[in-house]
Design a protein around this ligand. Sequence first.
Ligand code: GDP
Ligand code: MG
Length: 601
Amino acid sequence: TPPESIRNFCIIAHIDHGKSTLADRMLQITGVVADRDMRAQYLDRMDIERERGITIKSQAVRMPWAVTDEAGVEHTFALNMIDTPGHVDFTYEVSRSLAACEGAILLVDAAQGIEAQTLANLYLALENDLQIIPVLNKIDLPAADPDKFAAELAGLIGGEPEDVLRVSGKTGMGVEALLDRLVETIPAPVGDADAPARAMIFDSVYDAYRGVVTYVRMVDGKLEPRQRIQMMSTRATHELLEIGVSSPEPIPTKGLGVGEVGYLITGVKDVRQSKVGDTITDQRKPAADPLPGYTDPKPMVFSGIYPIDGSDYADLREALDKLKLSDASLQYEPETSVALGFGFRCGFLGLLHLEIITERLTREFGLDLITTAPSVTYDVVTDTGETVSVTNPSEYPDGRVAEVSEPVVKVGILLPKDYVGTVMELCQARRGSLLGMDYLSEDRVELRYNMPLGEIVFDFFDHLKSKTQGYASLDYEPAGSQTADLVKVDILLQGEKVDAFSSIVHREKAYSYGTMMTERLRKLIPRQQFEVPIQAAIGARIIARENIRAIRKDVLAKCYGGDISRKRKLLEKQKEGKKRMKMVGRVEVPQEAFIAALSGD
Ligand code: GDP
Ligand code: MG
């Protein structure tokens, strides 16, 4: 297809505003999926996506669309729709998907208006110079207020409220007009057909049968089957076994040229060999420079993942190895914990990423798991001037710390104006500093804060939702780091550290963290034959203390003089019970107590 007849676009939308449903209608109206084959959320392949209504992996689909010009001549265009992940954790992947397009549909629920997510992605699209097409969805809903939100959208991106399209992904109303608008307003891709090949990878998906399927946007030159290609970031070379377009099932072609979007297969088995953002070129005639924008996404949030039953450790390792094939940003290494046994320290892009991975481990691999409280990366300068990165609080170089810095994020919160006071209080309590506040419409406000990421990973989102009855939405992006007065609080059982409960917190919050954890553990740990102190400490200084009183526990006392076989049975039962016990020094703790304490109240 010549570039003049190509339109590359994506859909920017908040979760639940109807992106998948609109994509379904487009597939149907353009005829690439027959009515009888249609099923809801056609492009969302992973079960977990469909159930939770989130899109984790982007996909690209090519759809033909014919428009008739003034002279009555019909022209057929190839519309490439590039689906983008909708969550903050995947900002880098979103930015690469946007970079593959010339235009974006800004899709907004006509009963809800703009959300924080939409706004963040809109800014990204504007940074990438995309043509924005504002669209209100769900106009069939009785609660829809398109006039109000058309004004809100026009106010945000410029233009007139009348230019905002109104559609229903559900009924199909207005979707044809939207397809016409795409052809009309989105610029055709430009590139140099005679230059050495350059293709940008915007997604890379593991497929059990075909190996890694790499989605690319051609910028310059051409790629053809059997050609040897080179990944510009690593210089690794591969043979192109297959190249084609998704429509939406894969259709092999004789190659891809300037402006085209498609997939390619080289037989590699691990998405790390085909990295999002990397540039593919021709090995024999390589391009001089890669396309801009490639980075290696770094994990931001860390957590220990342990099997509840220690004998599942090997299965957990195998499951992580499998997930890694399809998820280039998942990191993990073995770790042992006094309280939890053998497990892995895992790195994630963010909280949702952590949740997705643990849910997949549980659901797809049938594992029972416990995760430790999420932590971020702290850069510690020690008294000898050495810098260490700490992602696990138990590795904090206690007593040798000269300076600590913590990651900071720029947070955007959209909320109804009635909650502004409550939310500002919450943000201040989390050490946020206000950057600004804007009214999007008379009753909706955007608050912008700088906040330590460590304060957000600690159930900030849950608090925000409950304090605003679910009306607030949140988005954040990395904004560097800052030094802070942080300390590590350890929890000790009879003088022994219980590593899984160590936490790095701001000095002012150390006491409340300490009392909360010691109280929680006192309630959960059964009494022993001796008194057990539970303490919270900063270094050698105790900041909180609780006691578990002693009991005399003698199983045999119950069967005073009774028969031998009954005694034996009881002893065996006690032994069985011990298997699930963890020893911390001399203290026996049922693993359930640790799990309950970690999972909160
Ligand atoms: P996504 O999260 O943006 O992909 O949103 P979905 O396409 O999954 O839609 C979220 C919910 O809104 C689903 O329950 C859809 O059935 C519903 N929905 C989507 N589009 C429309 C629409 O145009 N009208 C109505 N009434 N409901 C819609
Ligand atoms: Mg969706």
